[in-house]
Design a protein around this ligand. Structure first.
Ligand code: FAD
Length: 452
C-alpha cells in the first residue's frame, strides 16, 4: 500500500482504539497501536467493567435483607473490601491479557508507551519514530477535579476502585451518572455516603420525572443527597478529611470522590505539531467520518466528546475502519442510543425526554406508571419502579422510553430496538406482555397520563 511503516497508527488501546485496530487489520491494513497505561482503556480498567462488578457486590447486602421475608435466615454476612478489590484486579488483569492477545491475533503491533504526534505521518513512542499513512487518535478522557483549597486531597474514579482501606464515610461530589453510580455502590457496600451536587437536581440531561423519582428512591436507600451545595475546602483533620461546604455546614469523611466531569486526554500528544483543531469544549473537532482538520489524522470516542459511551466508541471505530480500509458501510446513527445508570435500582432510557419531545414534535402523549415491584410485596422493601412512555401525538410513534426499576438496563436495551424501528403506541398496545414481569407494564399502559 505504501512505503510507510504502517497503514494505520492508533494512539490509545481503549474501547475505540482496540476495535479500530482489529477491524482495520482484518481488512489487511498494517496496523500499530500504542498504549501507555492499560490495555482496554477506561472501560476495562477504571470504567464500565470494574464499576459493574462493584455494583453486583453492592447489591448483595440488600438481597440478604430482602431474603428474610422469603424465609431465609436473617444473620447478616460481613463484607470484606480487600476480597472484592483483589478479585476485581485479577479479573481486570485477565481482560488486559485477552485484549493484548486479540490485537496480536489480528496481526496489529502493540507498542507499549506514550505516543506523541511528530507530524501528519509520524508518531513517536519514546525514542522511536514510526511513519504511518493514517493516524487515529483514540486517547479517551481523564477525570478532572476543579481547583480549590484542598482539592489535592480528593480522589477520582481512577483511584476509587483500588483504595487501600474501605471508606466508612464517603463524600461524593457530582451529579452525573458516574457520581450517582458510585453513591449506590458504596452505600450498598456499607459506607455512609453523602452526595453533593451544586445544581437543584442531579442527572441533568435525563427526563425530569426520572430525575425526581431517582432522587426519592436513592434517598430512601440511605444516601444523604444534598443539592445546591458545593465544597469550599478540604483539610486533613485528626478524624479524617474535614470539608467545609458552601452552605456553611461541615462534613468529616475518610475519602472525597470528585466525579464532576472528564476532559479529553490530550496531554503531550503533540497536537500543536499538526493542524488538528479543537472544539469550544476542548475536544477534538472531527467531521462525520472522524477526519480532523489535518488530512490523514482521525479521532473518535471520548476524545471527540459526544455521548462518551463504550458502545458509541465501538460503533465509531467500526465505521472508521470500514470506510478507510474496507468497504464504506453505514455511518454511525446517533439517534435513539439507549443508556443506563447502574444505580439502585437501575435507570434505563432511550429516546427523547419529555422536554425534548415537546420541543421537537409539538404535541405529545405521556404514559406513566409507578408501582411496587412484586418482589417487594414480601421483602417489605419500600422501593418503587417508575416507567414512562412519550408518544408523538401526530404519528403515534413512541419517541421516548424511560424507566427506573430493577434490571432497567436489560429491559431498555430490548425496547431500544422497537423505538429505533419506529414502533407506534398502537404496536406497543398489541404486543402481548410476559407475565408476571415489570417490563410488561410498557405494553399495558392504556390511559394517557397527559395529552397535549
Ligand atoms: P478510552 O477507553 O479512555 O481509551 C483511551 C486509551 O488511550 C487509554 O487506555 C489511555 O491510557 C490511552 N492513551 C491516552 N493517551 C495516550 C498516549 N498519548 N499514548 C498512548 N496511549 C494513550 N460507558 C458505557 O458505555 N457504560 C458504562 O457503564 C460506563 N461506565 C463508566 C464508568 C466510569 C467510572 C467511567 C470513567 C466511564 C464509564 N463509561 C461507560 C465510559 C467509557 O468508559 C468510555 O466511553 C470509553 O472507554 C471510551 O473509549 P475510548 O476508546 O474513547 O477511550
Amino acid at each position: 500500500m505504501s512505503e510507510k511503516d504502517y497503514d494505520l497508527f492508533v494512539i490509545g488501546a481503549g474501547s475505540g482504539g482496540v476495535r479500530a485496530a482489529r477491524i482495520a487489520a482484518s481488512f489487511g491494513a498494517r496496523v500499530a497501536i500504542a498504549e501507555d497505561r492499560y490495555m482496554g482503556g477506561t472501560c476495562v480498567n477504571v470504567g464500565c467493567v470494574p464499576k459493574k462488578l462493584y455494583v453486583y457486590a453492592s447489591e448483595f447486602g440488600k438481597a440478604f435483607e430482602d431474603a428474610q421475608g422469603f424465609g431465609w435466615d436473617s444473620s447478616k454476612p460481613a463484607f470484606d473490601w480487600a476480597t472484592l478489590r483483589d478479585n476485581k484486579k485479577t479479573e481486570i488483569s485477565r481482560l488486559n491479557a485477552i485484549y493484548r492477545k486479540m490485537l496480536k491475533g489480528a496481526s496489529a503491533d502493540v507498542i507499549d508507551g506514550r505516543a506523541r504526534i511528530v507530524n501528519a505521518n509520524t508518531v513517536a513512542v519514546g525514542e522511536r519514530e514510526y511513519s504511518a499513512g493514517k493516524i487515529l487518535i483514540a486517547t479517551g478522557g481523564w477525570p478532572h477535579i476543579p481547583e480549590f483549597p484542598g482539592s489535592e486531597l480528593a480522589i477520582t474514579s481512577n483511584e476509587v476502585f483500588d483504595l487501600e482501606h474501605f471508606p466508612e464515610r464517603l463524600v461524593i461530589v457530582g451529579g452525573g451518572y458516574i457520581a450517582v453510580e458510585f453513591a449506590g455502590i458504596f452505600n450498598g457496600l456499607g459506607s455512609r455516603v453523602t452526595q453533593l451536587y451544586r445544581g437543584p437536581l442531579f442527572l441533568r440531561g435525563f427526563d425530569a420525572d426520572i430525575r425526581a423519582h431517582a432522587a426519592r428512591e436513592i434517598a430512601k436507600t440511605g444516601v444523604d443527597l444534598r443539592f445546591e451545595v458545593n465544597v469550599e475546602s478540604i483539610t486533613r483533620g485528626a478524624d479524617g478529611l474535614e470539608l467545609e461546604l458552601t452552605d456553611g455546614t461541615r462534613l468529616t469523611a475518610d475519602a472525597v470522590l470528585y466525579a464532576t466531569g472528564r476532559k479529553p486526554h490530550l496531554d503531550g500528544l503533540g497536537l500543536e505539531q499538526v493542524g488538528v483543531k479543537l472544539t469550544e469544549f476542548g475536544t477534538i473537532a472531527v467531521d462525520e467520518h472522524f477526519q480532523t482538520d489535518e488530512p490523514g489524522i482521525f479521532a473518535l470516542g471520548d476524545v471527540t466528546g459526544g455521548m462518551e459511551l463504550t458502545p458509541v466508541a465501538l460503533a465509531e471505530s467500526m465505521a472508521f475502519a470500514r470506510r478507510q480500509f474496507g468497504e464504506a458501510g453505514q455511518q454511525v446513527d446517533y439517534d435513539f442510543i439507549p443508556t443506563a445508570v447502574f444505580c439502585q435500582p437501575n435507570i434505563g432510557t432511550v429516546g427523547f425526554t419529555e422536554e425534548q419531545a415537546r420541543a421537537k414534535f409539538g404535541h405529545i402523549r405521556l404514559f406513566k406508571a409507578t408501582f411496587r415491584p412484586m418482589k417487594h410485596t414480601i421483602s417489605g422493601r419500600d422501593e418503587h419502579t417508575f416507567m414512562k412512555l412519550i408518544v408523538d401525538k401526530a404519528s403515534d410513534r413512541v419517541v421516548g422510553l424511560h424507566m427506573m426499576g430493577p434490571d432497567a438496563g436489560e429491559i431498555v436495551q430490548g425496547m431500544a430496538i422497537a423505538l429505533r424501528a419506529g414502533a407506534t403506541k398502537a404496536l406497543f398496545d398489541t404486543t402481548i406482555g410476559i407475565h408476571p414481569t415489570a417490563a410488561e407494564e410498557f405494553v399495558t399502559m392504556r390511559e394517557p397520563w397527559h395529552e397535549d
